[in-house]
Ligand binder design. Structure first.
Ligand code: BGC
Length: 760
């Protein structure tokens, strides 16, 4: 088939999401001659030496489930994503391996972000656990369920640091802190890949979105990002570095531009930083049509499809920019395969660069074991889903991820021998519990709050109060608890019970990709529902399900108790009940600041100082005239427990540190209450005099400990150059002599302090 016909076919596929008009060209089976046991590099060399240019360009193509067909597989397409039917995957893999000329297997991929079938809490929730084991378990079971389906690559972890609660995708990452984000990123890579992603229950990870996608201007999805070099290196790159150091085999470049350079056309981030400086030898895939989006609008050659960045004139130009920048594989759009030959003939790209991209892709396929074991037994796939150990881990993850924001007068735990009314639009809801990346999770897998509470207290009633249904354009606007018609019945139900659980928040569709909000209050009339319940004078708790920090001043003022549950996954209701009845004690902490008002955004604990630090009592300072405090509603690292703790006795092993030495900081943490519980001990540092302003605090250590009543543990943290140093505005890591202040405590407001000096 001619290239022209094929291009047309691909364009039609793109435009109409229909099957490509392509026909079989490849014929003649030629043994690839790859012997198992020889090193990956020599197998890659040998295979590349046999490949035609067309076959090489095919490897650079990544197709969606709606694009791929047998012809594409036979022709040797490199990757396919979002196909989850194991029988179809197996079929296409057989076609690729048995009918393509060189028998190169397809790398199947999927967004296993917080679970495949066994859906875990959203990553922002798991970051609240301050326990990397939670992220590790999620990734481990997610990988097992994904791999048995025939999928060997996951587009996870999402490691974008974000200070933008308006941005829906803040739900997918670990929040605002690069240190916590790095710990979670590494845990996810280890959890999914282990030491060898070629093992049958393992998958290769793809940290994303490279880079600084978490800081779109105005919090508006896909919007531009403009930032200093030091900010990029200190705040946004560390979790990517941690993921790569943990062995991440692939990386996804981002939609957004940084300083005018789009993520998938950025030579500095993709090639100079990732591949050269960090020594990454895997491949970079583009995000969805991100290569086509490099084009100026209106789109040219092809005259349709996405466009906008304006760093490329047309399709061939976009392929040139992206490939030369370091993007190895193109997702959904088809400029590499369509125009690669032409660009080579025009000397706009080199065969060396094509070979480099192909080698990277094949290297990952060899390491993934695909050449030796391309098939899985798809008939076994279903039985491997939702297994009891995965479901138990999801319940534990959900319990550890929830954050107790308020508990006046020991409202919680509730008494399971008394009656409970479960009220609210999310109270009898399975669908939304799964969160914005539900994988192949099904609503019926999830335990609703009502069912979870009823299972532990049969004397439980339910009233919805209002409905909350989200719709995307062009459908009519959301119905987010817009009517109070059901409030009387909700109040009557609540009046008849001893205690009330209000299940409120956002739908899962209101958070996640393309779900930015300009107003981050509790949607609709939910606040009025709280006020009506409050008027009854009964003990009640607000349990919140949401994918972002919300502005909760009114909720906080009206409610005696608030539990931030995020989107907890399949075990939502059971985990909520465990915590509300005190079977488990909340120990999560906020991985992101909760503002009082959306006008404070961006507001984050690790900000730089100013010459006029905020002082609400004085005019000429960095304050808002209409907010009588400098504080957020709930700070980073904050969270309560049903017991109390004291953190005392900060000890430094030395008050000086040589530039290549280390200092240990230790504290004693004691459970001073009468229940067992968890505390997250947090260690922050501040460098008061440096060549560039240093954040007022930076988290450099945390540990979640479980203590019996009266029990004390000593927790210690090691600080070295990697902690006290920072990246300067040329991207160089520097360790400067001088004082380092240390703070220890139970949140970013920690007050226990000492300092040491880094010697020249
Ligand atoms: C998202 C990615 C995702 C990809 C494939 C894109 O729209 O930005 O995070 O991996 O789709 O599903």
């Amino acid at each position: 088939m001619s290239g022209g016909t094929r291009k047309l076919g691909r364009r039609l596929v793109l435009a109409a999401a229909a099957a490509a008009l392509s026909a079989l060209v490849a014929s003649g089976v030629v043994a690839s001659g790859q012997a198992s046991g020889t090193s990956v590099e020599s197998r890659v060399d040998s295979l590349v030496s046999k490949m035609t240019l067309d076959e090489k360009l095919e490897q650079l193509q990544l197709e969606a489930d709606w694009q791929v067909n047998d012809d594409e597989a036979r022709r040797g397409v490199g990757g396919v994503f979002s196909l989850t039917d194991p029988e179809k995957i197996d079929h296409l893999q057989h076609v690729a391996v048995e009918q393509s000329r060189l028998h190169i297997p397809i790398l199947f991929a999927f967004d296993t972000i917080h679970g495949f079938r066994t859906v875990f809490p959203i990553p922002l929730g798991e970051a609240s656990s301050f326990d990397p084991n939670v992220a590790h378990a999620d990734a481990h079971y997610g990988a097992r369920e994904t791999a048995v389906t025939g999928i060997k690559q996951i587009y996870s972890p999402m490691v974008d640091v974000s200070h933008e609660p308006r941005w829906g995708r803040i739900s997918e990452g670990a929040g605002e802190d690069p240190y916590l984000g790095s710990a979670m990123a590494a845990a996810r890579v280890h959890g999914a890949q282990g030491n060898d992603y070629g093992a049958p229950h393992r998958v290769v990870t793809s940290p994303k979105h490279f880079a600084a996608y978490g800081q779109p201007e105005g919090g508006r999805e896909y919007n531009t990002t403009d930032m200093s070099t030091q900010r990029l290196w200190n705040m946004y790159l560390p979790p990517f570095k941690a993921a790569v150091d943990a062995g991440a085999g692939t990386v996804m470049c981002s939609f957004n531009a940084i300083n005018g350079v789009p993520g998938c056309g950025n030579h500095e981030t993709e090639t100079e930083i990732l591949k050269q400086r960090w020594g990454f030898d895997g491949f970079v895939e583009s995000d969805y049509t991100a290569v086509a989006e490099l084009r100026t609008c209106p789109a040219k050659n092809p005259d349709s499809g996405p466009c906008g960045h304006g760093v490329a004139a047309d399709g061939p130009d976009a392929a040139r920019v992206a490939l030369n920048a370091g993007t190895d594989q193109e997702m959904v759009s088809t400029n590499y395969v369509d125009f690669g030959k032409q660009l080579l003939a025009e000397h706009k790209i080199t065969i060396a660069r094509i070979d480099d991209a192909v080698r990277r892709i094949l290297r990952v396929k060899f390491r993934a074991g695909l050449f030796d074991h391309p098939y899985v037994d798809w008939r076994r796939a279903e039985a491997q889903q939702l297994k009891p150990d995965a479901v138990a881990a999801a319940r534990e993850a959900a319990r550890r991820s929830m954050v107790l924001l308020k508990n006046d007068n020991k409202t919680l735990p509730l008494d399971p021998t008394k009656s409970v009314a479960v009220i609210g639009p999310l109270a009898n809801d399975q669908h939304d519990m799964l969160g914005p990346w539900w994988g192949v999770g099904r609503d019926q897998d999830a335990v609703s709050v009502f069912d979870g509470i009823k299972a532990q207290d049969p004397n439980t009633t339910f009233a919805q109060g209002c409905t909350i249904v989200d719709r995307d354009p062009p459908d009519p606007p959301n119905d987010e608890c817009g009517s109070d018609a059901g409030f009387d019945q909700a109040v009557a139900t609540a009046r008849a019970a001893d205690q009330v659980v209000l299940a409120l928040g956002e739908t899962r569709g209101e958070s996640g990709e393309a779900e930015s909000r300009s107003n981050i209050d509790l949607p609709g009339k939910q606040q009025e529902l709280i006020d009506r319940i409050k008027a009854l004078g009964k003990p009640f708790v607000v349990v919140l399900f949401n994918g972002r920090p919300l502005t909760l001043e009114k909720v906080d003022a009206a409610s005696p108790a608030i539990l931030e549950a995020w989107f907890p996954g399949v075990q939502a209701g059971n985990a909520v009940a465990d915590l509300l009845f005190g079977k488990a004690n909340p120990g999560g902490k906020l991985p992101v600041t909760f503002p009082r008002s959306v006008g404070q955004v961006p507001i984050y604990y690790n900000h730089e100082p100013t010459g006029r630090p905020c002082d609400p009592t004085f005019k000429w300072n960095s304050r808002y005239r209409d907010i009588p405090t400098c504080e957020p509603l709930y700070p980073f690292g904050y969270g309560l427990s049903y017991t109390t703790f004291s953190i005392t006795n900060l000890q430094l092993s030395s008050h000086t540190m040589r530039p290549r030495g280390a200092v240990r900081a230790s504290v004693d943490v004691t459970n001073t209450g009468s229940r067992a519980g968890d505390e997250v001990v947090q260690l922050y540092i501040h460098d008061p005099v440096a060549s560039i302003e240093q954040p007022v605090r930076r988290l450099r250590g945390f540990e979640r400990v479980t203590l019996a009543p009266g029990e004390t543990k000593t927790v210690s943290f090691r600080l070295d150059r990697s902690d006290v140093g920072f990246y300067d505005n040329s991207g160089s890591f520097v360790v400067e002599p001088g004082q380092i202040d240390v703070y220890a405590g139970d949140s970013s407001k920690a007050s226990l302090t000492d300092s040491f000096t880094v010697t020249p």
